[in-house]
Design a protein around this ligand. Structure first.
Ligand code: FE
Length: 182
């Protein structure tokens, strides 16, 4: 039951900060990603992964414009490490892979690049650009790669200013149900 309290505290402290170069806050972005997951009837653990996919951004002290500084903060690895305290690989793996999923989709879906926001295109370069063919195959072999791709598409949709969506409290039972028992 520790995870939910800590997650609420982190979003309360840092969730109001801007989502890099996008017109929504970190909390709005998280809530919209979870909303799209739930709307597609994803299982509860994948809704939780969508909600928490960028928690790594809230855990480090870098300024908002990190992409402008030429720094790739590897927020997916930070998020994965933090979430692994509380959750299993069904949640931590899609979070860790959600940046690779973008590089995968850029390589495999010709329309995907057109969907990316300017900030997301900029960070793509720092993240290594679209995958080459061997990296595409390696990505597909990873557990939860398919879920990471689904999460990625919700992530890309979750940038709509003012979209009315449920609040964080709506997801607390799902978080509690997903938490590993000590
Ligand atoms: Fe995101």
């Amino acid at each position: 039951m520790q995870a939910a309290g800590n997650i609420v505290a982190i979003f309360a402290a840092r969730g109001g900060t801007a989502y890099f170069g996008e017109p929504v806050s970190q909390l709005e972005h998280a809530l919209q990603a979870a909303y799209h997951a739930e709307r597609e009837q994803a299982p509860g653990w994948l809704v939780v992964a969508a909600l928490l996919h960028d928690i790594g951004h809230l855990l480090h002290g870098l300024p908002e414009h990190i992409a402008d500084l030429g720094v790739d903060a590897r927020h997916e690895d930070l998020g994965h490490a933090w979430l692994a305290q509380y959750f299993g690989p069904e949640i931590t793996a899609p979070v860790r892979l959600h940046v690779d999923a973008k590089r995968y989709l850029c390589a495999t879906d010709p329309r995907y690049l057109e969907l990316l926001s300017p900030a997301s295109l900029q960070s793509l370069q720092l993240q290594g650009g679209p995958f080459h063919a061997d990296a595409v195959r390696a990505f597909e072999q990873q557990p939860f790669a398919r879920e990471a791709v689904r999460l990625r598409r919700w992530d890309d949709l979750a940038k709509a200013p003012g979209l009315p969506v449920p609040g964080l409290e709506h997801y607390l039972p799902m978080i509690a149900a997903s938490e590993l028992r000590a």
